[in-house]
Design a binder for this molecule. Sequence first.
Ligand SMILES: Cc1cc2nc3c(=O)[nH]c(=O)nc-3n(C[C@H](O)[C@H](O)[C@H](O)COP(=O)(O)O)c2cc1C
Length: 186
Amino acid sequence: MNKFITIFGFAGSLRKDSYNKALLRAAMELAPKEAKLEIFDLEGIPPFNQDLEDRMPEKVKEFKAKIKAADAILIATPEHNYSMPGVLKNAIDWASRPYGNNSFEDKPVAIMSASTSILGGARAQYHLRQVLVSLNMHAINRPEVMVASVDEKVDEKGNLMDEKARKRIGQLLENLIKWTKRLETE
Ligand SMILES: Cc1cc2nc3c(=O)[nH]c(=O)nc-3n(C[C@H](O)[C@H](O)[C@H](O)COP(=O)(O)O)c2cc1C
C-alpha cells in the first residue's frame, strides 16, 4: 500500500535569509508526490525554563503537536562554533519535555546542513546526531547533505540553485520516506 507520508521540517536559524531555510524550501519543491513537507519557523520559542513545563508557551505547544502528528522529521542545521546553534538545541529541549512526553519519541528523522564554510556544517550534524540518540529518534545515515560554501550556491532571491545539492536533498527525502515506511511496518 502506498501510504502518504507527512514530514515536519524546521531549521536551526531565525535569520530571514537563512541558507538552512533555503535548504528546506528546496526540499519542499523536491518532495516526492507521496509525501508532504510542512515547514515550521522556530521564531517565538522562548528560552527553555523547566518551571514552565506544566504550562508550556503556546508556540511550544504548537511545535510539540506538529512533531507528534508527523510521520517523519527533517532538520536543517547551521553550524555555530562547531556545534548546532542554541536556537535549535533550545527548541529540541522544549519538545523533549516534560519527562515522559518527548514529542520526538520513536520518530524517523533526516538531517541536513548548510554553512558558508568549506565543511558545510559537518561538525554540527554530528553533535545533532548525538542528541537524536537521547531523543530515541531513528536517523538515516545517507546521503549526507552538507552544503559547503552555500553563499555561492544560491541565487539573488536566496534560493538554492546548486544541482548536486538539490539532487542530494531529493535523495535524502526518498530515503527518509522509505525508512519511515520500513519502521511503520514493524
Ligand atoms: C555565532 C556563529 C558561529 C559560527 N560558527 C561556525 C562554525 O563553527 N562552522 C561553520 O561552518 N560556520 C560557522 N558560522 C557560519 C554559519 O555557518 C553561517 O553564518 C550560516 O549562514 C548560518 O546559517 P543560516 O544562514 O541558516 O542562518 C558561524 C556563524 C555564527 C553567527
